[in-house]
Design a protein around this ligand. Sequence first.
Ligand code: GLU
Length: 467
Amino acid sequence: MDTIITRFPPSPTGFLHIGGARTALFNWLFARKTKGKFVLRIEDTDQARSTDESTAAILESLEWLGIDWDEGPYFQTRRYEIYKEYIEKLVASGHAYYCTCTPEEVDEMREQAKAQGKKPMYNGRCRERGISKGENSVVRLCTPDSGVTVVEDIVKGSTAFQNAEIDDFIIQRSDGSPMYNLAVVVDDLTMGINTIIRGDDHLINTPKQILIYQALGAALPVFGHVPMVLGADKSRLSKRHGAMSVGEYKNMGYLPDAVINYLVRLSWSHGDQEFFTREDLIEKFDLEHLGRSASMFDMDKLNALNAKHIQAQSPRELAPHLIPHLKELGIDAGDDEFTHGIIETLQPRSKTLKEMAQGAGFYYLDKVELDEKAAKKFLTPEIKGMLEAAALAIQALDAYTQENLENVFKKIMEDLDLKFGKIAQPLRVAVTGTTVSPGIFEMLLALGREKTVDRIHQAMDYIKGLE
Ligand code: GLU
């Protein structure tokens, strides 16, 4: 079999949309799975709306998602000479022709067609006129007048389009610039693309593109049009349904692997498996199980998957993703053992990295920020002795291990005849400032001996201040 070559051709008129990311993913996964090639192409021919910032944002989001490309990014605006060459070829072979009809004339043809109960379209007037290249001429493709153009689609099956309803559409404007469908076909052809997975909003372009392939005598690629992503109210996903850009998901604290897992599952399945690692997806992805029906975006599902991915990854893997969120909170954390230890305590209790960063904040402080209510309730004069004993015993430990810490408090419970509940909460408030934290021993362990003892001393000073 030929090497599979897929592509992602975003138009740089905004950020990377979550729906666009999903099509990028399908193409990327299929290329990776088949050890094929994935090409990135920037479709920037709409120069009024395309910006360098959008291109940069799209590339950044793809990189964040871990979608890497083997070729490109190609830019359509740098390929005009290639399009011209192909357009000239089409004219020379009689598959396209110059047309000098004015917009008013074309409007009139459309009106006439309408009056005859037909689809409003150009009537092919210049087909036989043998007009040669001129200043005000556009180039039109000579399309068949009868029969059907069938889109064989691996997702949707076959759809037949009546050729009588496809007019001789323009492939080159009078300024020499290519029209969208022409540029797409020439690109896909010259880049060797043989598999095209895209949103079904493009299905309407596909018969025209097929006619261009046929006019060029080229073999068709495999097409797969996947249904759009819908919001919870079943309308097409849009801003009012919440975050639309991949960047927003990054900022909200989602892991790229979770986003990928979630997006793929929106229109693809592998039995009833929900959780997939990146490697899993590359191994199992196929085109046979792309879904035909539109799926709804479900934040709860994404949250659940994100929590699972946070638990499944190692602290070392998570750290680079967490650190920017800590920075947002003004915490300059290093990618080091201290941070890795902290992450381990928070993995089972964080749905997002943002949440994890909030939960991690207390570890990094020099001075504990005591929650007033918690301090009032738990940091009372009668527990000062317990805190003092704890600080002394912790300082005296040979090794600062969870087992040794547990023994320290076992002994304090016996010596001072206190139940664990009476010890754990004051200690937690002393060390974290609040009544909520990861399990007490794992938390103390992650915090480290020095910080733990220092914080117990701070709490004792606080109690002294009350006396
Ligand atoms: N540039 C188009 C878009 O951003 C994609 C075209 C295609 O996949 O053929 O929607």
